[in-house]
Write a protein that binds this ligand. Structure first.
Ligand code: AMP
Ligand code: ZN
Length: 667
């Protein structure tokens, strides 16, 4: 095989594996093998820019940047749906249809109504051409780069697809992926997203498609549009689309009368809670296309379809008390303790109250009868108060002014919703939380030591910070609850073993606010040692690629604190890795040593991440914005004019990607 044939074979194979995994949910190779093949393809594509293909499976990784989302007119309008809230509404709709059509035998397709962001994707000659958001129905935004990173969206079709058509559906974020994203945010002390739907639609408008690629988005498709489609019914469209390689919801059902529609609704009203993503109703469509055409559209929606909205499950119960939890970062979360009540199949005892503003807005008081609802989130929420049942003597809730754990006066930073306990060094849940974070799997990964043991050790007065872990002895640990000779030994050994954990993980383990795993990696790579990082000024930090002001400030603050410095010095003495291990370095060369690059625009042969990696692999550094410290700017297509001007002003050489290649290729 020549190079081109190898490339094509790899692309085909990877597309098939993507399809097996993300559409059929039936992978046939391991993730490891998949990654290896993808890497092979990426390398080949980098070496052979002449064989570039905008629809290679490597686009899944993202990298293309969309600065301004272009507005696109929809060739076919994207309509809304009429809503119905009762079965009577649906019966009326059926009657209206029958009246227009006369005495014909109607069939219906029942589908679930997915709660996400609608999308219309254009395919030409079996290849993805363009993806546009709904916008106002007449025109939307071109989000093609981002949609291509969603792995269940086919970039090449199979079978007997029409030459040109659009397919429409919903971009959704399954609960599991949503929870995972939130967990990561909580870990670094950021505010979690409020619901999957907004997060999904927000994702479509991210400028950096590599960020979109990291989000576990999915795409369910259910409508074909275009001239002369080879289908005579909605249900047939679904089947055909599935054969062409699209992910079409399997819950859809063809039924013969309105009673069967009700059966479908009743079934899913209960079972929707077991689905991996949010649905808020059922969409009933007249199945036969011929009848759809006869029924036509109102000014807003098709006459041949009707949405039926499920009632959000809601109950009333009494608010017994409010407790306040203190997190690792000191953030206070109010929690409602409820009189236990049955809701959507589970017994609910607690509900989240978010923050002080929320309590004040709803005027929630202890003893109130409150409405509790379960939406997309796992934790139910209080959505209102039944004022008719309020006790005369009840008083407005006064938010706590002092920390429930350490009694320090709480603070609230301007613009933030949460109150914080500022007693960083003396507040037990913060101290324990920090040590728990330090030992966690993604941080120092200390075997033989769990979160509960950390609390025991703290309560026994044996540790006050993570540096203290390294002075623990077996004899001190054995007397603790549930400890024995062997488990104590394992604990000490686990702590000892953490001394080989690499610097980037140590940096994450320190628990600096806003420094999550990715940021820690960036900082470790850039500064190479804790001493360099500790010396960095705010200005230095924000010039590092992808480091914003908030992170920079937090880092500076951390190292301004003498107690932190002292802990870091102790970690150094114990032999913790506080610099990058150069012997372990995978540098390809040091041709770019000490040179700072700024990357701008879209490249033909590199994704942005690959380009940055190529710079770093050769000893260079990547900066975020052009300054007098920048040595080179690498410019791709669509480089911003202001950047260009700045580079020219400062006399910084501007290279294209090929000129950059010259710098790193061996002569
Ligand atoms: P609405 O926004 O309430 O007018 O509802 C219309 C929207 O529902 C459409 O734009 C789609 O994005 C969405 N939708 C979700 N599931 C379906 C489905 N099975 N069929 C049609 N539209 C759906
Ligand atoms: Zn406190």
């Amino acid at each position: 095989m020549n190079v081109l044939e190898t490339l094509q074979a790899l692309r085909k194979e990877l597309n098939q594996h993507n399809y097996n995994y993300y559409v059929l949910d039936n992978p046939t190779i391991s993730d490891y093998e998949f990654d290896a093949k993808l890497k092979q393809l990426q390398d080949l594509e980098t070496q052979h820019p002449e064989f570039y293909d905008e629809n290679s499976p490597t686009v899944r990784v993202g990298g293309a940047i969309t600065k301004n989302f272009e507005t696109i007119q929809h060739e076919y309008r994207m309509y809304s749906l009429d809503n119905s809230y009762s079965k009577d509404d649906l019966l009326d709709w059926e009657k209206r249809c029958q009246k227009i059509l006369g005495d014909v035998q109607l069939e219906f397709t029942c589908e679930l109504k997915y709660d996400g962001a609608s999308i219309s994707i254009l395919y030409e000659e079996g290849k993805i051409k363009r993806a546009v958001t709904r916008g106002d129905g007449f025109q939307g935004d071109d989000v093609t780069n981002n949609i291509k990173t969603i792995k269940s969206v086919p970039i090449h079709l199979k079978g007997d697809y029409p030459a040109k058509f659009e397919i429409r559906g919903e971009i959704i974020l399954p609960f599991a992926g949503f929870e995972k994203m939130n967990q990561e945010l909580i870990e670094i002390g950021e505010t979690p997203y409020s619901n999957p739907r907004n997060t999904a639609s927000g994702s479509l408008k991210l400028q950096d498609s590599a960020e979109v690629a990291k989000r576990p988005l999915d795409c369910l498709l259910y409508t074909l549009v275009g001239p002369n489609l080879p289908v005579s019914s909605q249900f047939e469209s679904l089947q055909k689309a599935r054969n062409w390689g699209f992910k079409v919801p399997v819950e859809s059902k063809l039924v013969n009368n309105i009673d069967e529609v009700f059966e479908f609704i009743n079934y899913w009203d209960v079972h929707r809670h077991n689905l991996p993503y949010e649905t808020d109703g059922v969409v009933v469509k007249v199945n036969q296309i011929q009848y759809q055409e006869e029924l036509g559209y109102t000014s807003k929606s098709p006459r041949w379809a009707m949405a039926y909205k499920f009632k959000a499950e809601q109950v009333t119960t009494v608010l017994n008390s409010i407790s306040y939890q203190v997190g690792r970062t000191g953030a206070i979360t109010p929690v409602a303790n409820l009189e236990p009540v049955q809701l959507a199949g589970t017994i609910v005892k607690r509900a989240s109250l978010h923050n002080a503003d929320q309590i004040q807005k709803l005027d929630i008081r202890i003893g109130d009868t409150v409405f509790v609802e379960k939406g997309g989130e796992i934790i139910p929420k209080i959505i209102g108060v039944n004022l008719e049942q309020r006790h005369l003597e009840s008083l407005p809730t006064e938010y706590i002014s002092h920390c429930p754990e350490c009694n320090t006066a709480l603070v609230r930073i301007d613009g933030e919703a949460n109150h914080y306990c500022p007693n960083y060094y003396g507040c037990p849940p913060q101290i324990i939380g920090r040590i728990q974070h330090y030992i966690s799997r993604k941080a120092m990964d200390i075997d033989g030591l769990g979160g509960e043991t950390v609390a025991l050790l703290y309560n026994a007065g044996l540790i006050y910070n993570y540096a203290d872990l390294y002075e623990l002895t077996k004899e001190q640990v054995i007397p603790l609850e549930r400890m024995a000779e062997k488990s104590a030994e394992n604990l000490i050994k686990g702590i000892e073993n953490s001394k080989i954990i690499p610097f980037e993980s140590v940096l994450y383990a320190l628990g600096i606010r806003y420094v999550g795993e990715t940021v820690a990696k960036k900082l470790a790579k850039h500064y190479k040692s804790i001493d360099n990082l500790a010396k960095a000024t705010l200005l230095d930090l924000v010039l590092v690629d992808e480091i914003g002001e908030k992170i920079a400030q937090s880092v500076v603050q951390f190292f301004e604190n003498v107690e932190n410095i002292e802990i870091v010095e102790r970690l150094k003495r114990y032999g913790i890795q506080l610099e990058i291990d150069e012997t372990n370095n995978t540098l390809v060369s040091d041709k770019l040593k000490d040179k700072i690059f700024v990357v701008s625009g879209v490249f033909e042969t590199y994704s942005r991440d690959d380009l940055k990696k190529a710079i770093e692999d050769n000893g260079g550094k990547v900066g975020s914005s052009i300054s007098s410290k920048t040595n080179y700017v690498i410019a791709g297509a669509n480089m911003g004019p202001s950047k260009l001007e700045k580079a020219n002003q400062l006399n910084i050489p501007i290279l294209n990607e090929y000129e950059f290649n010259e710098m790193i290729i061996d002569a």
